[in-house]
Design a protein around this ligand. Structure first.
Ligand code: PLP
Length: 427
């Protein structure tokens, strides 16, 4: 089977995680053809990776290679193409298991996205363990994907949803989180990194608190895996979820990691083909994990693309990526401090490069539109975190989020565009 060629940053990849070299951002940028384009006659400055990241050529090439040379449905075929496609999907499972530090490749379930992974846990585990009078604990900084499924579960089961508070910097009140873990708590679900505040939660400690009380812990890793090394076993949680598209992979694939002993005891979420052991008129028995949770034909191309995306970030080195983004965040914070009338929502000491901006007298949507005219792509809105917006008494923010391909010139362009907005609004 052919493997797509490495991109411009290939030499650096060879060094990989062992390298203490800095990320060569100029080389990385060449791996992402879209970054060379213009919008409204200005060079594109892409600052919306927290929503969805851009794709390196190697990801697109891996998907093309599958579709143009190896494509067939997986798992059921005895012919060469089907076996090749199956192998490519199972290779991606191995890569994902290694990427998350999983002990067992069967613990990797491919789903559509983080939202589906969280729903899978809420439906399959939640509906079989949460009873009337029980409690589920979340935090006040959750994305709706890690809030609504638990709220709906609690409403259905007559359980209570508890919400751990955060302070004005956006730091979780860990003491309160621990206190809220009551003898009735069955599940605690919390984000690794907030998609609005950038807060990095102490998920190891939170998972330990859960484990000591027999509470199942679910970590939403949608915002962490693109930016730092993650080891699910070291975190000590029971479930970990993420989406491929934020990790420079395609949209259409996400991952649920769960401890084998818990997954093995869970009933299926979706039923149908590919997830059965045998089907008779009298009843059906189900396949072992992971197939039990992968009903129907999966997005084969996206899974292969995810495998390539994992190779890509592993090749650059997650530590190098994290160090680069830390430096860039510090640079951005210093530059943004000089913009009059601008405040930043989310100032936790442990913070990733997600910057939620609130500008006096300019609505975030207006700000987003003006910045777009300057070529700067940011996201405006509630970022699927309405309870968090309420907590800070804002309807929306303008969010700039940085990734491995951003550099200081992107931050400078953002700051220049903010000044343009101020002048337009006379702010
Ligand atoms: N969790 C967090 C923290 C997110 O930021 C997002 C998406 O923005 C999600 C979950 C949901 O991801 P998806 O829409 O890919 O399911």
């Amino acid at each position: 089977m052919s493997t797509p060629q490495a991109g411009e940053a290939g030499a650096q990849r060879a060094e990989g995680e062992r390298s203490s070299r800095k990320l060569d951002v100029a080389a990385v940028r060449k791996d992402f053809p879209i970054l060379a384009r213009e919008v409204h006659g200005k060079p594109l400055v892409f600052l919306d990776s927290a929503s969805s990241a851009q794709k390196p050529r190697v990801v697109v090439d891996a998907m093309s290679d599958l579709y143009l040379r190896h494509y067939a449905n997986i798992h059921r075929g005895v012919y060469q193409l089907s076996m090749e496609a199956t192998q490519m999907v199972e290779d991606a499972r191995d890569k994902t298991a290694a990427f998350l530090g999983a002990a067992d490749r069967r613990e990797i379930i491919f789903v559509r996205n983080a939202t589906e992974a969280l729903n899978l846990v809420a439906y399959s585990y939640g509906r079989h363990h949460v009873e009337r009078g029980d409690e589920v604990l979340v935090t006040h900084m959750e994305h709706h994907a890690n809030f609504v499924p638990w709220q709906v579960l609690c409403e259905e089961r007559g359980a209570t949803l508890r919400v751990a508070p955060i302070d004005d910097r956006g730091v979780l009140d860990l003491e309160e989180f621990e206190k809220l873990l009551s003898p009735r708590t069955k599940i605690a679900a919390f984000t690794h990194i907030s998609n609005v505040l950038g807060t990095i939660n102490p998920v190891e400690e939170m998972s330990r608190m859960c484990r000591e009380r027999g509470v199942v812990s679910v970590v939403d890793g949608a915002q962490s895996v693109p930016h730092q090394r993650v080891d699910a076993l070291a975190i000590g949680c029971d479930f970990f979820t993420f989406s491929g598209h934020k990790l420079f992979g395609p949209s259409g694939v996400g991952v649920l990691w769960g401890r084998a002993e818990i997954l093995e005891a869970m009933p299926p979420f979706l039923t149908g083909g590919s997830m059965i052991e045998s089907v008779r008129l009298e009843g059906t028995t189900f396949a072992d994990i992971p197939q039990r949770f992968e009903a129907g034909t999966p997005d084969i191309g996206c899974i292969v693309g995810l495998g390539a995306a994992i190779d890509y970030v592993e090749g650059l080195g997650l530590d190098a990526i994290q160090a680069h983004e830390r430096e860039l965040l510090a640079y951005a914070e210093a530059k943004l401090a000089d913009v009059p009338g601008l405040s930043i929502l989310g100032t936790a000491p442990q913070k990733a490069a997600v910057i939620s901006l609130v500008m006096d007298d300019i609505h975030p949507h207006d700000l987003g539109t003006i910045l777009d005219r300057e070529g700067v792509a940011i996201r405006s809105g509630h970022h699927c975190a309405q309870p968090l917006m309420e907590r800070f008494d804002v309807a929306a923010t303008a969010r700039a989020s940085l990734a491995l391909y951003n550099d200081e010139s992107d931050v400078d362009a953002l700051v220049a565009a903010l000044h343009v907005a101020r002048e337009m609004f006379g702010a």
